[in-house]
Ligand binder design. Structure first.
Ligand code: GRF
Length: 194
């Protein structure tokens, strides 16, 4: 497909703390010369995050930010984002909370993926709680990040049926598969508003 002239380019940074399977799915989806959304940078607070390996595989920059001091860490992240001309931040299993100041300075251009049908089951250990409550459905949500945990405006959701035999582990696997499909779709959806 021919590249359109004058269309806006969205440079994305993905923040991770662990496996990075959502990061991988974004990289696979958007690693294409004609894409107007590109993943330029991987940031991790965890030097041992498995997902950091994708920097080498996909030939993009990575940076590890120590979180011993949150204020300093956020300052470093912000300057790194500016230096790399990032205009969208995707959280993908990033296990640190972002301050109100940081979120405001990015002006609504931070999104996150959460493994439940928000506003239900915000926070950690989602699948365990869902199974305990004997829910029939769960799923995943991509949402904008605001100053309250998992509470920003919802962009897209995908419902997943829970079987009687499902455990937290099997449910987590089923939902993660759907997360990998949902996150790129959500980026395409918000692209006109970025
Ligand atoms: C995903 O389930 C995501 O929804 C949650 O953390 C997990 C990260 O998994 N926020 P991965 O690192 O992308 O594999």
């Amino acid at each position: 497909m021919a590249k359109l002239i004058g269309v806006k380019k969205i440079n994305t940074a993905v923040l991770i703390s662990g496996t990075g399977s959502n990061l991988r799915s974004l990289l696979v989806f958007f690693t294409n010369k004609n894409s107007n959304i590109s993943i330029k940078l991987i940031l991790s607070n965890n030097p041992k995050a498995e997902g950091l390996k994708y920097a080498k595989i996909f030939k993009i920059k990575k940076k590890i930010i120590s979180y011993k001091n949150q204020k300093l860490a956020e300052k470093k992240i912000l300057s790194c984002l500016k230096r790399n001309k990032i205009n969208l931040v995707c959280l993908a299993g990033f296990m640190r909370l972002l301050s109100r100041k940081f979120i405001n300075s990015f002006n609504g251009k931070i999104i996150n993926i959460h493994p439940s049908l928000l506003p239900k089951y915000k926070g950690l250990n989602t699948h365990e709680r869902v199974i305990k409550k004997k829910e029939r459905y769960s799923g995943c949500t991509v949402h904008y990040v605001n100053h309250k945990v998992d509470s920003g405006k919802i962009i897209m959701q995908k419902k997943v049926r829970i079987n009687k035999k499902d455990t937290a582990e099997t449910l987590s696997k089923k939902i993660l598969k759907q997360e990998h499909l949902l996150y790129p779709k959500a980026l395409l959806k918000i692209y006109p508003n970025l």
